[in-house]
Design a protein around this ligand. Structure first.
Ligand code: G6P
Length: 612
């Protein structure tokens, strides 16, 4: 949520800041701003409501914004509406210090009131402004910026990743982190801070992920990291192997379309290193070889689309391991007093590895003595670092807010994990196991085949994009997949949509079906196809228009009854959603395109949600 970039170098900071913000816009895009400090120690700020393009124009028009050290921010509003004043950076009353901040300062009102009593005048409605006003207050008192920073950090409560400039220290920026991602990048005669590695890919691959309670002082030539007691720390540097091209559109109109098309490759990259000689190998699990020995229950905890992967996992893993598997929304899980202990395994799924609710659930699970295995896409992210075991998806950077390739790689990896455990415990017959392996090997090619039918998805979407309410129905894995199909549509097209277990429809929701209602009926899960087909008839008899998602085998049978069909090849039933999801993603994409929506940056959303 919100993006931070910072630069200390020998060249003008603003182009790096604006470029970095462009790459971070998916983290929030209701306002943006930069602050630079000139060599003469002048602090200049430009910020504005709206997309980055507005800021670019402002900066281009204001030639005075110039300096070799600077910080920038793109915002997803929490405290205070998106407007020019609430945009970051915030500057203190004396005009000496500027701050950009991600996270939430929980005790901001208390600090704000105490500063107001001391005569400080606040400009904005944000929680962030208390940081900068408090910094200036202590800076005046101690006359040392680091003393002021440490004093402020001891007073604020909540989550923060922040970048700080002080005009009396024109060569440096200061960074601090607690419960919000922040990393340092090392360049040639330049160093950087960023909330997200994609902002730095054009400049460097060498990074240090800051830990909680650390503070860093960064100049063009040096980086020094301190712990909470101001001891100097050794920096662990990591090389990022993401390619800059993967974070660019490369000729596609939208990142979402590019990322949908990249799925066969991403899935292959996720599967291949884990398949050896016809066996699933999970080297990561060797860290805890007896992981499953006493496990009697599994919780899969996640948010958004990652939770929908959890739903798929629930059906697949429960069936394979014969133990209860619950898929839980992280935001509910953490406050629901889940029964956890040594006998529970908690699987956390998160593309970003930074989602605050998922992180909190992870900590709760560990506190109660459960082992945590995470499925994460971003290396070195907080969830990855705090888990007992991490399985990385190799989806590469995902930029579109609506996830696609991260979702599919998470799904395939979770299914593989279930099958791996089943094999390890002798719960899957060899023949069945081999069928899954063969299907996994075939999967990327089948996905490519499904992606060839863009015309069909486009044509069907252009017929139905005017509907203002759409239902998704399905059973078992189709139900879990429908949840994601419906979410994709909601996220990017703003059409109201609901996903129902097809068998539950008759217990209430069927009353909403009237002539012309659009129902996307999923009937790909082989063991329940017949029952799903009956549900199609049920809604058709009430006048619904139906688009059916079926396998090519079923397509012929229902063609007469249902004129609009998304047909996908058949695979092993537990992998079937891997193919079914593609038409649903593309249906949502083309519906949104027809409606003229801002597909990569849907309203009100942000890709990485680091607030509660
Ligand atoms: C946001 C995104 C979703 C994503 C969810 C969880 O809501 O818009 O696409 O599924 O966060 O994110 P994570 O990074 O934890 O997978």
């Amino acid at each position: 949520m919100c993006g931070i970039i910072g630069f200390a170098g020998k060249t003008d900071a603003k182009s790096v800041l604006l470029d970095g913000l462009e790459r971070l816009e998916y983290r929030g895009y209701d306002s943006a701003g930069i602050a630079v400090v000139s060599s003469k120690g002048e602090l200049q700020v430009e910020k504005s409501k709206g997309r980055l393009a507005v800021l670019r124009e402002l900066v281009a028009a204001d030639k005075s914004v110039s300096g070799n050290v600077g910080i920038g921010h793109t915002r997803w509003a929490t405290h205070g509406e998106p407007n020019d004043v609430n945009a970051h950076p915030h500057v203190g009353e004396a005009g000496k210090i500027a701050v950009v901040h991600n996270g939430i300062i929980e005790n901001y009102l208390e600090i704000k009131n105490s500063l107001i009593r001391k005569g400080v005048t606040f400009q904005s409605d944000t929680d962030t402004e208390v940081i900068v006003q408090l910094l200036e207050y202590y800076y005046k008192k101690y006359d040392d910026i680091m003393d002021a920073v440490y004093k402020v950090l001891s007073r604020i409560k909540g989550a923060y990743a922040m970048g700080i400039l002080c005009s009396d220290y024109p060569e440096q920026m200061i960074a601090a982190r607690k419960d919000a991602p922040l990393l340092i990048g090392y360049g040639d005669e330049s160093n950087y801070i960023a909330s997200d590695v994609t902002a730095l890919l054009a400049y460097t691959r060498m990074v240090t992920y800051m830990e909680d309670d650390e503070v860093a002082v960064i100049t063009a030539k040096s980086v020094q990291i301190y712990d909470s007691d101001r001891n100097i720390l050794n920096m662990e540097q990591h090389t990022v192997d993401w390619d800059i091209a993967a974070a660019e559109k490369g000729g596609y109109t939208h990142f979402m379309l590019k990322e949908i098309m990249e799925q066969p490759e991403a899935v292959k990259k996720t599967i291949s290193p884990r398949l050896e000689n016809g066996q699933i190998v999970m080297e990561e699990l060797s860290k805890v070889p007896d992981l499953m020995q006493n496990i009697t229950r599994i919780y899969i905890v996640a948010c958004g689309s990652a939770y929908h992967v959890g739903m798929i996992g629930k059906y697949v893993i429960e069936k394979l391991l014969h133990i209860p598997v619950e898929a839980c929304l992280a935001s509910e899980f953490r406050y629901s007093e889940p029964v956890l202990g040594e006998k529970s395994l908690v699987i956390v799924i998160s593309q970003s590895g930074e989602t605050l609710d998922s992180m909190a659930a992870l900590r709760e699970a560990k506190r109660k003595g459960s082992k945590v295995l995470s499925i994460v896409n971003v290396m070195g992210s907080s969830i990855a670092r705090e888990s007992d075991i991490v399985l990385y998806t190799w989806a590469g950077p995902e930029i579109a807010v609506a996830t696609t390739k991260a979702y599919s790689t998470q799904m395939v990896l979770l299914i593989m994990l279930g099958v791996y455990f089943a094999k390890q415990q002798g719960l899957i017959e060899e023949q069945e196991y081999q069928k899954v392996i063969d299907s996994l090997l075939e999967l990327p090619e089948q996905m490519t085949e499904v992606l060839k039918n863009l015309d069909t998805y486009q044509k069907i979407a252009s017929r139905y994009f005017n509907h203002n309410s759409i239902f998704f129905i399905g059973r078992n894995l189709d139900y879990a997949l429908g949840l994601e199909g419906s979410l994709k549509l909601k996220e990017i097209s703003y059409i109201h949509s609901e996903s129902y277990a097809a068998g539950e429809l008759k217990h209430g929701t069927i009353s909403l079906i009237e002539p012309g209602t659009l129902v996307v009926a999923l009937a790909t899960y082989a063991p329940l196809v017949e029952k799903s087909l009956s549900n199609i008839v049920e809604v058709q008899s009430r006048g619904a228009e139906v688009i059916a998602l079926v396998t090519q085998e079923t397509a012929a049978t229902i063609k007469e009854r249902v004129p609009e069909i998304f047909a996908v090849p058949q695979t092993h039933p537990i992998l079937q959603p891997m193919l079914g999801m593609i038409p649903l993603q593309l249906f949502a994409y083309y519906v949104a395109l027809n409606r003229g929506c801002d597909i990569d940056k849907p309203r009100n959303l942000a890709k990485s949600v680091t607030v509660e």
